[in-house]
Ligand binder design. Structure first.
Ligand code: SF4
Length: 280
């Protein structure tokens, strides 16, 4: 029986900051860092993980699902995953983690999993473990570290942010349905091959009766039309301007803009309730 420590990285800023924080505050712990790789990740995510590995001084384990996205799409009647039926997270993120951790738990090891829930976030039930020897720890909550604290950790360590924040507000698969429409437009501009691959998957799914499109209310073929792109960009600019005006300024505690805030202007209209496992 051994004591194991594990920390899952999503490719997003909170889990990366937690890895840095644990390295700084608990260098004595031999933590296994892991990333569940759906095979549909942005190149910027791999680049960021590489940067993080440099800081941590050890490799981040890549947990690959045994079956890829296309296999599961067929299994789920060609229904694209959606906020209502998020089978992708179950099969491509949770299952590989379970397959990895179950042998440790079965052999009686005590496994502590560190999760990047911040002090300014609600505790979510989903993080409790039902297994007696799997312990969940929330170091940021315990230490009172909020979003500004996470930003400080990443900036002061030199790790910085993933570069996809230049154009996208969340980590996750190239075709993640939690993307805002403006982010689909930018995916097309930045990674046209990934956009085309998502479009092909959607076309196939729709031909097989999928009730869902990647983006709410329209297919990617409709969304990519020049006049629709102009509309989406104009709406995004108008919303951003409105949002910036609403942010109160506090001279006593100036608030730094978090990279994902810059672009997450839609709130619950688009992308709300996004997946914590993929986007933390
Ligand atoms: S990032 Fe999005 S598409 Fe990928 S597994 Fe998570 S919820 Fe599904």
């Amino acid at each position: 029986m051994a004591e194991r420590h594990v920390l899952g990285l999503s490719g997003g800023k909170d889990s990366a900051a937690l890895a840095v924080y644990m390295r700084q505050t608990h260098p004595e712990l031999d933590i296994d860092y892991f990333f569940t790789d759906t095979g549909e990740e942005l190149p910027e995510v791999y680049e960021f993980l590489g940067r993080l590995e440099g800081y941590l001084g050890k490799p981040i384990l890549r947990l690959n699902p045994r079956r890829d996205f296309k296999f599961w799409l067929k299994e789920y009647n060609n229904y694209l995953p959606s906020a209502q039926t998020r089978w992708c997270t179950r099969m491509l993120k949770l299952k590989p983690f379970e397959q990895w951790v179950t042998p440790m738990l079965k052999s009686g090891d005590k496994v502590t999993s560190y999760v990047a829930i911040r002090a300014d976030e609600d505790y979510r039930e989903g993080y409790s473990s039902k297994q007696y020897n799997l312990l969940i720890k929330l170091p940021f909550r315990e230490a009172g570290i909020d979003k500004a604290g996470v930003m400080d950790i990443l900036e002061s360590s030199g790790v910085g942010y993933p570069s996809y924040y230049e154009w996208r507000s969340r980590s996750g698969c190239t075709f993640c349905f939690f993307q805002q429409k403006i982010e689909w437009v930018r995916l097309k501009e930045r990674h046209p091959d990934d956009f085309d691959a998502a479009k092909a998957l959607e076309k196939d799914a729709l031909e097989h009766g999928s009730p869902f499109t990647w983006s709410k209310g329209e297919s990617l073929s409709e969304l990519e039309q020049p006049e629709r792109i102009s509309e989406i960009k104009a709406e995004y600019e108008a919303r951003s301007a409105r949002l910036r005006k609403r942010i109160p300024s506090n001279p006593l505690r100036p608030t730094k803009e978090s990279p994902e805030d810059i672009d997450d202007v839609y709130g619950d209209d688009e992308g709300g309730g996004s997946c914590l496992i993929c986007h933390k």
